[in-house]
Design a protein around this ligand. Structure first.
Ligand code: AMP
Ligand code: MG
Length: 496
């Protein structure tokens, strides 16, 4: 079966990538192939034999029409600039046109060394591959823009880390794998023409509606600022911590990209950090909006080179646009959090008192270490008036139950200020407060049984539960529960 490739990134020409073929692996075996996504990408999964899928998505066979390459990019990592990073263990196979008419890039991760590998082996251990598969697909189902997982394949080869781990390759799909760091790569070399070419490429492929703007590069910055503001607000509303928001891990499309040491919070803490390498908490939960803006400022510096020949005017213009980030973020965040609390009144009068209700709840959750997801889930079922269900909700807060009882009064007063019936309000809340998220301990358990016993049943079962995250499913109660202390995952690793 042919995959109809088109390769607009390859057409950018020299300086943007290195043509590189994946390094073959000894025994590719398919773990999972995302049929639904394959269909969306115009493939015919029913006619693709698992052996063929494993050969293609391990890099052992290059499908006709693909032009494999490693993308060049730079990036600010933990605030420090590295002029050349690039795809050190990833290879872009090319681009296909989805059933929606848009272009989607297909990227192998763990497919061998490239010119950008530095000291790395170009490989990926099985654990991080399974984790990215589970979490990125869950994010998609939760309604968060993200790269997708198309396939996961084991390689039959050991990968050397602190111990020998089974190797795997993940195939991911995105509207574009261009990052903020891709712009930085060219800007820092002073290659203004390359910055312009890249910006035109991104506009042409991903933001065609901007092509006619008065200043399309400013319009691009504005669009990216808007998408990132909305993306980070969505993360915050789900208790998601990206963990490594370096500029090379920030997509030009506002999709979540690079699932390394990411985590969904269990017990709530504004300053929560999971990543083992984030020693100073730069990428802590509450820092994410600020870091998002910091990263966008790096993009703005690149685009300033092309928005206006007069540098001072250019800086003024990009600053103005960056100034829109926090207000856009705040408003997306507040709207999302109000919805999580069942507060939907749209007239202007609602904003401030509702904000207090939201802030007070988060403060109480933080003080008591309430489970983020379960608290909002239980809140969704509470009645407009005090009722039996209150007790279960209050239990989440342990010794803080009394102030939470007070908060419930405040909350119910806010509900009474809007004219939304109880049933509809509960339904709307269930649409935004998930039952199931990829809890760290469940992801870890699925990885462990794959790694140690070659048993993928926990991986597949967890994946299935996460496909319908907003509906309770009979018999899957344990997937909803926070970890018991022995199960709790306190630290995550980037798996590079
Ligand atoms: P990350 O932290 O995963 O976003 O990766 C940062 C940079 O390190 C990127 O340029 C990656 O391609 C590169 N990298 C990460 N892991 C490896 C590896 N095992 N081999 C080669 N390059 C790697
Ligand atoms: Mg990365």
């Amino acid at each position: 079966m042919a995959i109809p490739f088109d390769n607009r990134y390859a057409a950018l020409g020299e300086g943007f990538f290195m043509r590189t073929r994946p390094t073959p692996v000894p025994a590719p075996a398919l773990i999972r192939f995302n049929h639904e996504l394959a269909l969306d990408l115009g493939m015919d999964p029913e006619r693709m034999e698992p052996e063929y899928v494993a050969r293609i998505f391990s890099g052992n066979e290059i499908p006709e029409g693909a032009e494999p390459l490693a993308m060049a990019y730079a990036g600010h990592q933990f605030g420090f600039f590295t002029p050349q990073l690039g795809d050190g263990r990833a290879i872009l196979l090319g681009e296909v046109t989805g059933r929606d008419g848009r272009g989607y890039e297909i990227h192998l991760k763990g497919s061998g060394r490239t010119v950008f590998s530095r000291n790395g082996d170009g490989r990926a251990p099985l654990g991080p591959v399974l984790r990215e598969y589970l979490v990125s697909e869950a994010m998609h189902r939760l309604g968060v823009p993200t790269t997708r997982a198309l396939a996961a394949v084991t390689t039959g080869e050991g990968v050397f880390r602190d111990r020998v781990l089974p190797g795997a390759v993940l195939t991911r799909v995105a509207g574009s794998f261009v990052r903020v760091g891709t712009f930085e790569f060219h800007a820092r070399r002073g290659d203004v023409e390359a910055v312009r070419k890249l910006a035109d490429h991104v506009i042409g492929r991903n933001y065609p509606e901007l092509a006619q703007s008065d200043n399309r590069y400013l319009a691009l910055l504005e669009a990216v600022v808007g998408r990132q503001a909305s993306l980070v607000a969505k993360w915050m509303g789900l208790g998601f911590i990206h963990g490594v928001m370096n500029t090379d891990n920030m997509s030009i499309l506002g999709e979540t990209i690079d699932y390394g040491p990411c985590a969904f919070m269990d017990c709530f803490d504004f300053d929560r950090v999971y990543s083992s390498i984030d020693q100073h908490g730069r990428y802590a939960y509450s820092n994410q909006p600020g870091v998002g803006l910091w990263n966008l400022a790096r993009l703005a510096e690149c685009l300033a080179l092309i928005v206006d020949p007069d540098m001072e005017a250019a800086i003024e213009s990009v600053k103005n646009i960056l100034g829109g980030f926090m207000p856009a973020y705040e408003s997306a965040w507040l709207e999302g959090m109000r919805a999580k609390c069942g507060l939907f009144r749209t007239d202007g009068a609602a904003g401030r008192p509702d904000r207090r209700v939201v802030d007070d709840l988060l403060a109480l959750m933080a003080k008591s270490g309430a489970d983020f997801t379960l608290t909002f889930f239980l809140l969704s079922s509470l009645r407009d008036r005090p009722a039996a269900g209150d007790e279960k909700f209050l239990e989440q807060f342990g010794p803080m139950a009394d102030p939470v009882r007070k908060w419930l009064e405040e909350w119910r007063a806010a509900l009474a200020r809007q004219s939304v019936g109880e049933k509809r309000r509960q339904e709307e809340m269930r649409r935004v407060n998930p039952v199931y998220i990829p809890r760290n301990h469940l992801v870890e358990a699925a990885i462990r049984s794959a790694e140690e016993d070659d048993d993928y049943s926990a991986f597949h079962e967890l994946h299935e539960v996460l496909q319908i995250p907003y509906e309770l499913k009979r018999g899957k109660e344990r997937f909803q529960l926070p970890p018991v202390p022995e199960e709790e995952v306190r630290q995550t690793f980037c798996g590079t």
